[in-house]
Design a protein around this ligand. Sequence first.
Ligand code: AHR
Length: 524
Amino acid sequence: MELPIMLLTLILIIGMLIQTVDAQPIENKIIINADLGKHQISKHIYGHFSEHLGTCIYGGYWVGENSAIPNTRGIRNDVVQALRDMGIPNLRWPGGCFADTYHWMDGIGPRDKRPAIVNVHWGGVTEDNSFGTHEFMDLCDQLNCEPVICGNVGSGTVQEMANWIEYLTSDAQSPMTNLRKQNGRELPWKVKYWGIGNESWGCGGSMTAEYYSNQLRQYATFCRNYGDNRIFKIACGPHDDNYHWTEVIMSEWQKSVSWQRGYMNGLSLHYYTVCHDWSKKGSATEFNEAEWFLTLSKTLRMDEFITKHSVIMDKYDPEKRIAIVVDEWGNWHDVEPGTNPGFLYQQNTLRDALVAAVNFDIFNKHCDRVKMANIAQTINVLQSMILTKGSEMVLTPSYYVFKMYKVHHDATNLPIEIFCENYTHENNSIPAVSASASKDKNGLIHITLSNSNPNQNLTVICELRGMKKAEFKRGQIITGEKMNSFNDFGKPEQVTIKNFAGAKFKDQVLTINLPAKSVVMVEL
Ligand code: AHR
Protein backbone atom coordinates (compact mmCIF):
# COMPACT_ATOMS: atom_id res chain seq x y z
CA MET A 1 0.00 0.00 0.00
CA GLU A 2 1.26 3.44 -0.85
CA LEU A 3 1.94 5.87 1.99
CA PRO A 4 -1.00 8.28 1.42
CA ILE A 5 -3.43 5.37 1.16
CA MET A 6 -1.99 3.84 4.31
CA LEU A 7 -2.39 7.14 6.10
CA LEU A 8 -5.96 7.50 4.90
CA THR A 9 -6.79 3.96 5.99
CA LEU A 10 -5.27 4.65 9.40
CA ILE A 11 -7.31 7.84 9.81
CA LEU A 12 -10.47 5.96 8.83
CA ILE A 13 -9.78 3.19 11.36
CA ILE A 14 -9.09 5.72 14.13
CA GLY A 15 -12.29 7.56 13.17
CA MET A 16 -14.30 4.35 13.34
CA LEU A 17 -12.78 3.53 16.72
CA ILE A 18 -13.68 6.98 18.08
CA GLN A 19 -17.22 6.57 16.75
CA THR A 20 -17.55 3.20 18.45
CA VAL A 21 -16.37 4.70 21.73
CA ASP A 22 -18.82 7.59 21.23
CA ALA A 23 -21.70 5.26 20.58
CA GLN A 24 -21.28 3.59 23.97
CA PRO A 25 -24.21 4.51 26.18
CA ILE A 26 -23.10 7.13 28.70
CA GLU A 27 -23.13 5.90 32.27
CA ASN A 28 -25.28 8.07 34.48
CA LYS A 29 -23.37 8.37 37.68
CA ILE A 30 -23.60 10.43 40.84
CA ILE A 31 -20.76 10.58 43.32
CA ILE A 32 -21.92 11.54 46.78
CA ASN A 33 -19.24 12.70 49.19
CA ALA A 34 -20.88 11.65 52.42
CA ASP A 35 -18.05 12.89 54.66
CA LEU A 36 -17.50 16.29 53.04
CA GLY A 37 -20.69 18.07 54.08
CA LYS A 38 -19.97 21.54 55.47
CA HIS A 39 -23.02 23.72 55.01
CA GLN A 40 -26.53 23.47 56.30
CA ILE A 41 -29.46 23.60 53.90
CA SER A 42 -31.64 26.15 55.63
CA LYS A 43 -35.24 24.98 55.83
CA HIS A 44 -36.11 28.53 54.76
CA ILE A 45 -35.04 27.62 51.22
CA TYR A 46 -38.39 25.83 51.13
CA GLY A 47 -40.28 29.02 51.96
CA HIS A 48 -43.39 30.63 50.55
CA PHE A 49 -44.80 33.89 49.32
CA SER A 50 -48.42 35.05 49.48
CA GLU A 51 -49.53 38.41 48.20
CA HIS A 52 -52.80 40.31 48.21
CA LEU A 53 -53.30 39.19 44.64
CA GLY A 54 -56.27 37.43 43.06
CA THR A 55 -57.59 34.75 45.38
CA CYS A 56 -54.38 33.98 47.22
CA ILE A 57 -55.31 35.70 50.48
CA TYR A 58 -59.07 36.15 50.05
CA GLY A 59 -60.61 32.77 49.32
CA GLY A 60 -57.25 31.01 49.55
CA TYR A 61 -56.53 31.52 53.24
CA TRP A 62 -59.13 33.96 54.44
CA VAL A 63 -62.82 33.11 54.31
CA GLY A 64 -63.95 35.08 57.36
CA GLU A 65 -65.29 33.82 60.66
CA ASN A 66 -68.86 33.47 59.38
CA SER A 67 -67.99 31.30 56.39
CA ALA A 68 -69.53 27.85 55.97
CA ILE A 69 -66.02 26.65 55.06
CA PRO A 70 -64.48 25.24 58.25
CA ASN A 71 -62.12 27.88 59.62
CA THR A 72 -60.31 29.05 62.72
CA ARG A 73 -60.78 32.77 63.32
CA GLY A 74 -61.52 33.21 59.59
CA ILE A 75 -58.60 31.13 58.25
CA ARG A 76 -59.37 27.93 56.31
CA ASN A 77 -58.60 24.75 58.27
CA ASP A 78 -58.04 22.53 55.21
CA VAL A 79 -55.39 24.86 53.79
CA VAL A 80 -53.62 25.25 57.14
CA GLN A 81 -53.52 21.47 57.62
CA ALA A 82 -52.15 20.86 54.11
CA LEU A 83 -49.42 23.48 54.45
CA ARG A 84 -48.42 22.19 57.87
CA ASP A 85 -48.16 18.67 56.44
CA MET A 86 -45.96 20.05 53.68
CA GLY A 87 -43.67 21.62 56.30
CA ILE A 88 -44.04 25.31 55.39
CA PRO A 89 -41.13 27.04 57.16
CA ASN A 90 -41.95 30.68 56.45
CA LEU A 91 -44.42 32.92 54.66
CA ARG A 92 -43.58 36.20 52.91
CA TRP A 93 -46.37 38.82 52.89
CA PRO A 94 -48.10 41.19 51.89
CA GLY A 95 -46.31 41.44 48.52
CA GLY A 96 -44.83 41.64 45.96
CA CYS A 97 -45.81 44.83 44.21
CA PHE A 98 -48.70 45.15 46.66
CA ALA A 99 -46.23 45.70 49.52
CA ASP A 100 -45.11 49.06 48.18
CA THR A 101 -48.70 50.31 48.06
CA TYR A 102 -49.68 48.84 51.43
CA HIS A 103 -50.23 51.05 54.44
CA TRP A 104 -50.33 48.67 57.36
CA MET A 105 -52.51 50.85 59.56
CA ASP A 106 -55.36 50.27 57.07
CA GLY A 107 -55.33 46.63 58.19
CA ILE A 108 -55.66 46.91 61.99
CA GLY A 109 -58.55 47.60 64.35
CA PRO A 110 -62.21 46.58 63.99
CA ARG A 111 -62.71 45.12 60.53
CA ASP A 112 -65.83 47.11 59.79
CA LYS A 113 -63.88 50.32 60.35
CA ARG A 114 -60.98 49.47 58.04
CA PRO A 115 -60.87 51.47 54.81
CA ALA A 116 -61.53 49.84 51.46
CA ILE A 117 -58.85 50.62 48.90
CA VAL A 118 -58.14 49.74 45.28
CA ASN A 119 -55.61 47.00 44.61
CA VAL A 120 -53.95 48.97 41.83
CA HIS A 121 -51.50 46.31 40.72
CA TRP A 122 -53.78 43.31 40.64
CA GLY A 123 -57.01 43.72 38.74
CA GLY A 124 -58.07 47.04 40.30
CA VAL A 125 -60.34 45.14 42.70
CA THR A 126 -61.50 46.34 46.10
CA GLU A 127 -59.20 45.48 48.96
CA ASP A 128 -61.28 45.75 52.12
CA ASN A 129 -58.31 45.18 54.42
CA SER A 130 -60.13 42.49 56.40
CA PHE A 131 -56.89 40.50 56.33
CA GLY A 132 -54.21 42.60 58.00
CA THR A 133 -51.38 42.36 60.51
CA HIS A 134 -53.21 40.43 63.26
CA GLU A 135 -54.74 38.00 60.78
CA PHE A 136 -51.36 37.40 59.13
CA MET A 137 -49.61 36.77 62.44
CA ASP A 138 -52.44 34.42 63.44
CA LEU A 139 -52.01 32.59 60.12
CA CYS A 140 -48.28 32.14 60.77
CA ASP A 141 -49.06 30.82 64.27
CA GLN A 142 -51.56 28.36 62.85
CA LEU A 143 -49.07 27.28 60.17
CA ASN A 144 -46.28 27.12 62.73
CA CYS A 145 -44.07 29.08 60.37
CA GLU A 146 -41.97 32.24 60.54
CA PRO A 147 -43.40 35.49 59.19
CA VAL A 148 -41.44 37.32 56.50
CA ILE A 149 -42.83 40.84 56.19
CA CYS A 150 -42.05 43.11 53.29
CA GLY A 151 -42.20 46.79 54.24
CA ASN A 152 -43.28 49.67 52.03
CA VAL A 153 -40.39 51.78 50.72
CA GLY A 154 -42.00 52.84 47.42
CA SER A 155 -44.97 54.84 48.73
CA GLY A 156 -44.47 54.64 52.47
CA THR A 157 -42.32 56.53 54.91
CA VAL A 158 -39.47 55.65 57.22
CA GLN A 159 -41.73 56.48 60.17
CA GLU A 160 -44.49 54.19 58.92
CA MET A 161 -42.12 51.25 58.61
CA ALA A 162 -40.51 51.95 61.98
CA ASN A 163 -43.96 52.11 63.60
CA TRP A 164 -44.98 48.78 62.10
CA ILE A 165 -41.97 47.06 63.63
CA GLU A 166 -42.63 48.73 66.95
CA TYR A 167 -46.32 47.74 66.82
CA LEU A 168 -45.39 44.13 66.15
CA THR A 169 -42.40 43.54 68.37
CA SER A 170 -42.14 46.09 71.18
CA ASP A 171 -43.24 45.58 74.76
CA ALA A 172 -42.19 49.02 75.96
CA GLN A 173 -44.64 51.76 76.90
CA SER A 174 -45.26 53.48 73.58
CA PRO A 175 -48.15 54.61 71.41
CA MET A 176 -47.63 51.68 69.02
CA THR A 177 -47.49 49.06 71.76
CA ASN A 178 -50.60 50.52 73.37
CA LEU A 179 -52.41 50.48 70.04
CA ARG A 180 -51.58 46.81 69.55
CA LYS A 181 -52.87 46.03 73.01
CA GLN A 182 -56.07 47.97 72.33
CA ASN A 183 -56.49 45.84 69.21
CA GLY A 184 -56.45 42.70 71.31
CA ARG A 185 -52.83 41.54 71.31
CA GLU A 186 -51.13 41.93 74.66
CA LEU A 187 -47.75 40.32 74.00
CA PRO A 188 -45.40 41.38 71.23
CA TRP A 189 -44.84 38.94 68.39
CA LYS A 190 -41.49 37.73 67.18
CA VAL A 191 -40.71 38.87 63.65
CA LYS A 192 -37.25 38.13 62.34
CA TYR A 193 -37.35 38.49 58.57
CA TRP A 194 -38.04 41.96 57.21
CA GLY A 195 -37.90 43.07 53.57
CA ILE A 196 -36.90 46.69 52.89
CA GLY A 197 -39.09 47.20 49.82
CA ASN A 198 -39.88 44.92 46.90
CA GLU A 199 -38.60 45.25 43.34
CA SER A 200 -37.57 48.84 44.05
CA TRP A 201 -36.11 48.93 40.52
CA GLY A 202 -39.65 48.36 39.15
CA CYS A 203 -43.12 48.35 40.72
CA GLY A 204 -41.56 49.31 44.06
CA GLY A 205 -40.48 52.78 42.90
CA SER A 206 -38.50 52.57 39.62
CA MET A 207 -35.33 53.49 41.54
CA THR A 208 -31.78 53.28 40.37
CA ALA A 209 -29.46 51.01 42.34
CA GLU A 210 -27.56 54.06 43.59
CA TYR A 211 -30.73 55.79 44.86
CA TYR A 212 -32.14 52.62 46.43
CA SER A 213 -28.88 51.94 48.18
CA ASN A 214 -29.29 55.18 50.14
CA GLN A 215 -32.97 54.51 50.81
CA LEU A 216 -32.02 51.11 52.14
CA ARG A 217 -29.56 52.56 54.61
CA GLN A 218 -32.05 55.10 55.84
CA TYR A 219 -35.04 52.75 56.21
CA ALA A 220 -32.95 49.96 57.72
CA THR A 221 -31.50 52.29 60.35
CA PHE A 222 -34.99 52.68 61.80
CA CYS A 223 -35.80 48.97 61.75
CA ARG A 224 -35.09 48.61 65.45
CA ASN A 225 -34.64 45.55 67.59
CA TYR A 226 -37.04 45.57 70.55
CA GLY A 227 -36.43 43.28 73.52
CA ASP A 228 -34.73 40.16 72.26
CA ASN A 229 -36.29 40.36 68.79
CA ARG A 230 -33.55 40.55 66.16
CA ILE A 231 -34.45 41.74 62.68
CA PHE A 232 -32.83 40.09 59.67
CA LYS A 233 -33.00 42.83 57.04
CA ILE A 234 -33.54 41.76 53.45
CA ALA A 235 -32.55 44.39 50.90
CA CYS A 236 -34.27 44.55 47.55
CA GLY A 237 -31.92 42.76 45.20
CA PRO A 238 -31.71 42.24 41.45
CA HIS A 239 -33.81 40.25 39.05
CA ASP A 240 -32.32 37.77 36.61
CA ASP A 241 -28.98 39.01 35.31
CA ASN A 242 -29.08 42.58 36.67
CA TYR A 243 -25.51 42.34 37.95
CA HIS A 244 -25.12 46.11 38.16
CA TRP A 245 -27.70 46.21 40.96
CA THR A 246 -25.77 43.65 43.01
CA GLU A 247 -22.50 45.42 42.34
CA VAL A 248 -23.82 48.77 43.61
CA ILE A 249 -25.65 47.46 46.70
CA MET A 250 -22.73 45.29 47.74
CA SER A 251 -19.98 47.82 47.08
CA GLU A 252 -21.89 50.50 49.03
CA TRP A 253 -22.35 48.05 51.89
CA GLN A 254 -18.64 47.27 51.94
CA LYS A 255 -17.74 50.97 51.90
CA SER A 256 -19.78 51.62 55.03
CA VAL A 257 -18.02 51.51 58.38
CA SER A 258 -18.13 48.10 60.00
CA TRP A 259 -20.52 48.99 62.86
CA GLN A 260 -23.07 50.18 60.30
CA ARG A 261 -23.01 47.08 58.15
CA GLY A 262 -25.92 45.51 60.00
CA TYR A 263 -28.26 47.53 57.78
CA MET A 264 -28.41 44.53 55.47
CA ASN A 265 -28.38 40.80 56.21
CA GLY A 266 -29.80 39.45 52.99
CA LEU A 267 -30.12 40.49 49.36
CA SER A 268 -33.10 39.28 47.41
CA LEU A 269 -33.08 37.80 43.91
CA HIS A 270 -36.13 37.38 41.68
CA TYR A 271 -36.23 35.06 38.71
CA TYR A 272 -39.38 33.74 37.07
CA THR A 273 -39.30 30.93 34.51
CA VAL A 274 -41.30 31.98 31.46
CA CYS A 275 -41.57 29.40 28.68
CA HIS A 276 -41.76 31.80 25.72
CA ASP A 277 -41.72 35.51 26.51
CA TRP A 278 -43.60 37.97 28.68
CA SER A 279 -46.11 38.88 25.97
CA LYS A 280 -47.08 35.25 25.29
CA LYS A 281 -45.86 33.06 28.09
CA GLY A 282 -47.59 29.82 27.11
CA SER A 283 -50.33 27.70 28.60
CA ALA A 284 -49.90 25.98 31.96
CA THR A 285 -51.48 22.77 30.73
CA GLU A 286 -51.58 22.75 26.92
CA PHE A 287 -47.97 22.41 25.86
CA ASN A 288 -45.86 20.15 23.69
CA GLU A 289 -42.45 18.60 24.23
CA ALA A 290 -40.65 21.64 22.78
CA GLU A 291 -42.29 23.77 25.47
CA TRP A 292 -41.54 21.22 28.18
CA PHE A 293 -37.90 21.32 27.10
CA LEU A 294 -37.78 25.11 26.83
CA THR A 295 -39.24 25.58 30.32
CA LEU A 296 -36.75 23.19 31.90
CA SER A 297 -33.82 24.68 30.06
CA LYS A 298 -34.85 28.20 31.09
CA THR A 299 -35.31 27.28 34.72
CA LEU A 300 -31.73 26.00 34.80
CA ARG A 301 -30.64 29.63 34.39
CA MET A 302 -31.31 30.01 38.11
CA ASP A 303 -27.95 28.30 38.64
CA GLU A 304 -26.19 30.79 36.36
CA PHE A 305 -27.80 33.79 38.09
CA ILE A 306 -27.03 32.62 41.61
CA THR A 307 -23.47 31.73 40.61
CA LYS A 308 -22.77 35.09 39.00
CA HIS A 309 -24.43 37.21 41.69
CA SER A 310 -22.48 35.18 44.25
CA VAL A 311 -19.21 35.94 42.51
CA ILE A 312 -19.96 39.67 42.88
CA MET A 313 -20.97 39.21 46.49
CA ASP A 314 -17.82 37.20 47.25
CA LYS A 315 -15.79 40.17 46.10
CA TYR A 316 -17.29 42.45 48.78
CA ASP A 317 -18.31 39.86 51.34
CA PRO A 318 -15.95 36.88 51.23
CA GLU A 319 -17.16 35.78 54.66
CA LYS A 320 -20.67 35.35 53.25
CA ARG A 321 -22.33 37.51 55.88
CA ILE A 322 -24.99 38.61 53.42
CA ALA A 323 -27.37 35.86 52.30
CA ILE A 324 -29.03 35.53 48.94
CA VAL A 325 -32.79 35.39 49.47
CA VAL A 326 -34.56 34.19 46.32
CA ASP A 327 -37.83 35.61 47.54
CA GLU A 328 -39.71 35.22 44.26
CA TRP A 329 -39.27 32.35 41.84
CA GLY A 330 -41.28 29.79 39.90
CA ASN A 331 -43.10 29.23 36.64
CA TRP A 332 -45.14 32.09 35.23
CA HIS A 333 -47.62 30.81 32.61
CA ASP A 334 -50.59 32.45 30.89
CA VAL A 335 -53.63 32.68 33.13
CA GLU A 336 -56.26 29.97 32.77
CA PRO A 337 -58.68 30.89 29.97
CA GLY A 338 -61.70 32.81 31.25
CA THR A 339 -60.04 33.97 34.49
CA ASN A 340 -59.20 37.55 35.45
CA PRO A 341 -55.84 38.38 33.79
CA GLY A 342 -54.90 40.42 36.88
CA PHE A 343 -55.31 37.40 39.18
CA LEU A 344 -52.47 35.27 37.73
CA TYR A 345 -54.36 32.02 38.28
CA GLN A 346 -52.68 29.06 36.57
CA GLN A 347 -52.93 25.27 36.75
CA ASN A 348 -49.92 23.24 37.75
CA THR A 349 -48.68 20.08 36.03
CA LEU A 350 -45.89 17.55 36.24
CA ARG A 351 -43.74 20.11 34.37
CA ASP A 352 -44.08 22.46 37.37
CA ALA A 353 -43.05 19.62 39.67
CA LEU A 354 -39.85 19.07 37.67
CA VAL A 355 -39.14 22.80 37.73
CA ALA A 356 -39.54 22.88 41.52
CA ALA A 357 -37.18 19.90 41.95
CA VAL A 358 -34.51 21.35 39.65
CA ASN A 359 -34.60 24.69 41.50
CA PHE A 360 -34.35 23.01 44.90
CA ASP A 361 -31.27 21.11 43.77
CA ILE A 362 -29.77 24.44 42.67
CA PHE A 363 -30.60 26.13 45.99
CA ASN A 364 -29.21 23.17 47.95
CA LYS A 365 -25.99 23.32 45.95
CA HIS A 366 -25.62 27.03 46.79
CA CYS A 367 -26.74 26.70 50.40
CA ASP A 368 -23.59 28.43 51.68
CA ARG A 369 -24.98 31.66 50.20
CA VAL A 370 -28.68 31.01 49.58
CA LYS A 371 -30.39 31.01 52.95
CA MET A 372 -33.98 31.57 51.96
CA ALA A 373 -36.25 31.22 48.94
CA ASN A 374 -39.96 31.83 48.56
CA ILE A 375 -41.96 30.36 45.71
CA ALA A 376 -44.54 32.59 44.08
CA GLN A 377 -47.20 32.02 45.28
CA THR A 378 -48.70 29.56 47.77
CA ILE A 379 -52.38 29.52 46.77
CA ASN A 380 -54.23 30.24 43.51
CA VAL A 381 -51.47 32.46 42.07
CA LEU A 382 -48.63 31.46 39.70
CA GLN A 383 -46.84 28.23 40.72
CA SER A 384 -49.14 27.34 43.60
CA MET A 385 -49.13 24.58 46.14
CA ILE A 386 -52.88 24.70 46.52
CA LEU A 387 -55.80 25.64 44.31
CA THR A 388 -59.18 26.38 45.84
CA LYS A 389 -62.68 26.63 44.40
CA GLY A 390 -65.26 27.50 47.06
CA SER A 391 -64.91 24.84 49.71
CA GLU A 392 -62.88 22.53 47.46
CA MET A 393 -59.12 22.27 47.53
CA VAL A 394 -56.58 20.68 45.17
CA LEU A 395 -52.97 19.88 46.03
CA THR A 396 -50.73 20.50 43.04
CA PRO A 397 -47.73 18.50 41.75
CA SER A 398 -45.51 21.33 43.10
CA TYR A 399 -47.01 20.80 46.57
CA TYR A 400 -45.85 17.20 46.51
CA VAL A 401 -42.29 18.17 45.56
CA PHE A 402 -42.13 20.55 48.54
CA LYS A 403 -43.42 17.76 50.74
CA MET A 404 -40.93 15.25 49.37
CA TYR A 405 -37.97 17.63 49.79
CA LYS A 406 -38.84 18.21 53.46
CA VAL A 407 -36.10 15.68 54.20
CA HIS A 408 -33.50 18.33 53.30
CA HIS A 409 -34.75 20.91 55.82
CA ASP A 410 -31.83 21.99 57.99
CA ALA A 411 -29.80 18.93 56.94
CA THR A 412 -26.15 19.11 55.93
CA ASN A 413 -25.64 19.46 52.21
CA LEU A 414 -23.44 16.69 50.78
CA PRO A 415 -21.33 17.77 47.83
CA ILE A 416 -22.13 15.68 44.77
CA GLU A 417 -20.74 15.26 41.29
CA ILE A 418 -23.13 14.37 38.49
CA PHE A 419 -22.09 12.69 35.26
CA CYS A 420 -25.10 12.17 33.06
CA GLU A 421 -26.36 11.97 29.57
CA ASN A 422 -28.09 14.88 27.93
CA TYR A 423 -31.74 15.21 27.23
CA THR A 424 -31.75 16.47 23.65
CA HIS A 425 -34.69 17.98 21.85
CA GLU A 426 -34.51 19.50 18.38
CA ASN A 427 -30.71 19.90 18.54
CA ASN A 428 -30.69 21.53 21.98
CA SER A 429 -29.52 19.72 25.07
CA ILE A 430 -29.70 19.97 28.84
CA PRO A 431 -28.42 17.50 31.45
CA ALA A 432 -31.10 14.86 31.93
CA VAL A 433 -30.43 14.40 35.64
CA SER A 434 -30.62 16.93 38.45
CA ALA A 435 -29.84 15.85 42.00
CA SER A 436 -28.87 16.85 45.52
CA ALA A 437 -28.06 15.00 48.72
CA SER A 438 -27.99 15.75 52.42
CA LYS A 439 -27.44 14.16 55.79
CA ASP A 440 -29.96 14.90 58.53
CA LYS A 441 -29.45 15.16 62.28
CA ASN A 442 -30.20 11.44 62.70
CA GLY A 443 -27.49 10.50 60.21
CA LEU A 444 -29.93 9.57 57.46
CA ILE A 445 -28.85 10.38 53.93
CA HIS A 446 -31.43 11.61 51.44
CA ILE A 447 -30.83 11.81 47.72
CA THR A 448 -33.31 13.62 45.52
CA LEU A 449 -33.09 13.21 41.76
CA SER A 450 -35.14 14.09 38.75
CA ASN A 451 -35.13 12.96 35.15
CA SER A 452 -36.12 15.75 32.76
CA ASN A 453 -36.34 13.44 29.79
CA PRO A 454 -40.02 12.64 29.24
CA ASN A 455 -39.24 9.74 26.91
CA GLN A 456 -36.52 7.72 28.53
CA ASN A 457 -35.98 5.87 31.79
CA LEU A 458 -32.44 6.12 33.14
CA THR A 459 -30.27 3.91 35.25
CA VAL A 460 -28.28 6.03 37.69
CA ILE A 461 -25.35 4.63 39.62
CA CYS A 462 -24.71 6.37 42.94
CA GLU A 463 -21.30 5.97 44.40
CA LEU A 464 -21.14 6.79 48.09
CA ARG A 465 -17.76 8.03 49.12
CA GLY A 466 -16.72 8.57 52.72
CA MET A 467 -19.11 6.20 54.43
CA LYS A 468 -18.65 2.63 55.49
CA LYS A 469 -22.02 1.00 55.23
CA ALA A 470 -25.39 2.01 53.94
CA GLU A 471 -28.71 0.38 53.24
CA PHE A 472 -31.72 1.43 51.22
CA LYS A 473 -34.45 2.39 53.69
CA ARG A 474 -37.27 3.86 51.64
CA GLY A 475 -38.02 5.76 48.48
CA GLN A 476 -40.67 8.05 47.06
CA ILE A 477 -41.56 9.05 43.52
CA ILE A 478 -43.61 11.77 41.84
CA THR A 479 -44.49 11.19 38.22
CA GLY A 480 -47.52 11.15 35.93
CA GLU A 481 -48.83 9.48 32.86
CA LYS A 482 -48.27 12.56 30.71
CA MET A 483 -45.99 15.59 30.74
CA ASN A 484 -49.04 17.70 31.48
CA SER A 485 -50.75 15.48 34.04
CA PHE A 486 -52.34 17.61 36.73
CA ASN A 487 -54.72 17.43 39.66
CA ASP A 488 -58.16 18.88 39.21
CA PHE A 489 -61.24 19.56 41.27
CA GLY A 490 -63.56 16.61 41.77
CA LYS A 491 -61.21 14.15 40.04
CA PRO A 492 -58.82 11.53 41.43
CA GLU A 493 -55.27 12.88 41.80
CA GLN A 494 -53.09 12.29 38.74
CA VAL A 495 -49.82 13.37 40.36
CA THR A 496 -48.96 12.56 43.93
CA ILE A 497 -46.22 10.96 46.05
CA LYS A 498 -45.98 7.18 45.73
CA ASN A 499 -43.61 4.64 47.23
CA PHE A 500 -40.53 3.99 45.14
CA ALA A 501 -38.80 0.63 45.14
CA GLY A 502 -36.53 1.14 42.12
CA ALA A 503 -33.31 1.41 44.09
CA LYS A 504 -30.99 -1.37 45.18
CA PHE A 505 -27.62 -1.68 46.86
CA LYS A 506 -24.73 -3.92 45.93
CA ASP A 507 -21.18 -3.55 47.24
CA GLN A 508 -21.69 0.03 48.38
CA VAL A 509 -23.01 0.98 44.97
CA LEU A 510 -26.57 2.13 44.75
CA THR A 511 -28.41 1.68 41.47
CA ILE A 512 -31.50 3.77 40.89
CA ASN A 513 -33.92 3.17 38.05
CA LEU A 514 -35.11 6.67 37.40
CA PRO A 515 -38.27 6.69 35.30
CA ALA A 516 -38.80 9.26 32.56
CA LYS A 517 -40.20 12.63 33.77
CA SER A 518 -39.99 11.79 37.43
CA VAL A 519 -38.75 13.16 40.74
CA VAL A 520 -37.42 10.59 43.20
CA MET A 521 -36.26 10.61 46.81
CA VAL A 522 -34.14 7.84 48.26
CA GLU A 523 -33.39 7.46 51.97
CA LEU A 524 -30.30 5.59 53.13
O1 AHR B 1 -45.53 37.47 42.06
C1 AHR B 1 -46.15 38.40 41.25
C2 AHR B 1 -45.36 39.69 41.11
O2 AHR B 1 -44.16 39.44 40.46
C3 AHR B 1 -44.92 40.33 42.40
O3 AHR B 1 -45.91 41.11 42.96
C4 AHR B 1 -43.76 41.16 41.98
O4 AHR B 1 -42.83 41.36 43.00
C5 AHR B 1 -43.19 40.40 40.80
O5 AHR B 1 -42.95 41.22 39.72
